[in-house]
Design a protein around this ligand. Structure first.
Ligand code: HEM
Length: 149
């Protein structure tokens, strides 16, 4: 018995967290929660939470509101494995100059999970979102060696 398959047995969507694969035969989490419309609704709630967090607001008040919303839509789309229409800078390139500490990354992740929980997103999807947050963390959190990047 392999450990990785063990946890997937009872969950058809476990392991389907490949971002950018919205056309797979198996619906992505993005599709399961209702696609673009649901993501937009989640962005509204998520945005309010992040902006109300005094530790995080400064990152986002430096960019305009439209950009902030776009950021949150992209972020949600990536963690939900939705269509990745984003053709801009890589995650590391966009975030390393911001010097984001692990603690702030964790706070954003917690607001994201809280938002999705509030919207009734199923537990198996939340588990995969958490896994994605772990997998992209090193690109977003400051490596502390950003000199010259
Ligand atoms: C799963 C985690 C995250 C994902 C997938 C993500 C995604 C993205 C993407 C795709 C961009 C590029 C937008 C562009 O240049 O057009 C971006 C930029 C940005 N991100 Fe994130 N992000 C994440 C976490 C965070 C966190 C934790 C923070 C702050 C605490 C943050 C703050 C920002 C800011 C301020 C920008 C704009 C940078 C600029 O325009 O110079 N992001 N993010």
């Amino acid at each position: 018995m392999t450990e990785s398959e063990d946890s997937a047995v009872s969950s058809p969507s476990a392991g389907a967290g490949t971002p950018g694969n919205g056309t797979a035969t198996r619906p992505s989490h993005y599709e399961r929660i209702g696609g673009a419309e649901s993501v937009k609704a989640a962005v509204g709630l998520f945005y309010d939470r992040v902006l109300a967090d005094a530790e995080l607001a400064p990152y986002f008040t430096a960019i305009n509101m439209e950009e902030q919303r776009r950021h949150l839509v992209l972020m949600l789309t990536v963690v939900l494995g939705g269509p990745n229409n984003y053709a801009g800078r890589g995650l590391a390139e966009a975030h390393q100059p911001l010097d984001i500490p692990d603690e702030h990354y964790a706070r954003v992740g917690a607001h994201l999970i809280d938002t999705l929980t509030e919207l009734g997103v199923p537990a198996d999807i939340l588990d995969d979102v958490r896994a994605t947050l772990v997998s992209v963390r090193d690109q977003v959190v400051s490596s502390g060696t950003s000199a010259g990047v």
